[in-house]
Design a protein around this ligand. Structure first.
Ligand code: NI
Length: 280
């Protein structure tokens, strides 16, 4: 009798597990359907460049040579199912960018660099190395002016000059931009939209420009990161570069994968000229 009860309980447990599994499968199938509907029907018409008119969703440096040294099976990340975070580095390329590239290569992590045209003009070879390592390059204007104080023609010039130079150096035009100081308004957004780019802001900002050390940068980032976040950092700041091994290793332990901004936004409905702070 006791044996029968145990057998019954075991059978019941098995049924429960199977039912849970089926529920999970149905749930996942449901998610898949939602994603497909998003893809086909809800995405706006984009410019002709890029994948299906969605340059921000195009794989970054997709050729095998460009991702040499990076784990092929980690590329690209699907942030609709993976626990993603996007590290972004602004205002370079600078004297510490190569050290950062070394860390990212050692950790097999890709990031996004929002570069200034005037900095690219000084260090084109650093930008070329950055792009060749498979990182995404975004447009951060020519010389970091507050775009809301400029005329529409000046805003256009800030962005176009920078994209032209990035394309000349890397062979690829930036698909995303970030306004300096995160400062934008309707007039700026209209010019950005006309160039087919979304505005990429951030959800996590350790304010690393305030002259803090590497430990503090790491602590602040690790305290704030949630799945789908975009983290603002500066590769022109040595302590921020020095903080990255610890930040990356700790986030990996928490189960994160590191996506470029375009990977992060690939499952979202992205409108040119609209602002994105995180993947929700
Ligand atoms: Ni900046």
């Amino acid at each position: 009798m006791k044996k029968l009860a145990v057998a019954l309980m075991a059978a019941l447990a098995l049924v429960t597990v199977v039912a849970l599994g089926a529920g999970l499968a149905i749930g996942m199938a449901g998610l898949g359907v939602v994603a497909v509907v998003d893809d086909v029907h809800l995405l706006p018409e984009g410019p002709a460049e890029g994948v299906q008119g969605r340059p921000w969703a195009a794989p970054v440096a997709a050729d095998a040579e460009a991702r040499r040294g990076l784990r092929a099976d980690a590329y690209p990340h699907d942030c609709s199912v993976e626990k993603c975070v996007a590290l972004t580095f602004d205002d370079g390329p600078g004297p510490h960018t190569d050290a950062l590239l070394k860390t990212l290569a050692a950790e097999k992590v890709r990031a996004t660099f929002f570069v200034l045209g005037e900095m690219v003009a000084e260090r084109p070879e650093v930008l070329r190395r950055t792009a060749e390592a498979g990182h995404q390059i975004g447009n951060h204007t020519w010389d970091h002016k507050d775009l809301t104080g400029l005329t529409p023609a000046q805003v256009r010039s800030q962005l176009t000059r920078t994209s032209d130079l990035v394309e000349r150096v890397t062979g690829r035009r930036p698909a995303v931009m970030r306004p300096p100081y995160g400062a934008s308004d309707r007039k700026v957004a209209k010019e950005v939209a006309a160039l087919g780019m979304p505005e990429v802001i951030w959800g996590v900002d350790p304010q690393d420009w305030r002259g803090m050390g590497a430990d503090e940068v790491a602590r602040k980032v690790l305290k704030e990161v949630q799945p789908g976040e975009i983290v603002l950092l500066h590769d022109i700041r040595k302590p921020s570069v020095a903080a990255m091994p610890r930040v990356i290793r700790t986030l990996k332990k928490r189960g994160y994968v590191f996506a470029t901004v375009s990977e992060l936004l690939a499952s979202a409905v992205v409108q040119p000229g609209a602002q994105y702070r995180r993947l929700v």
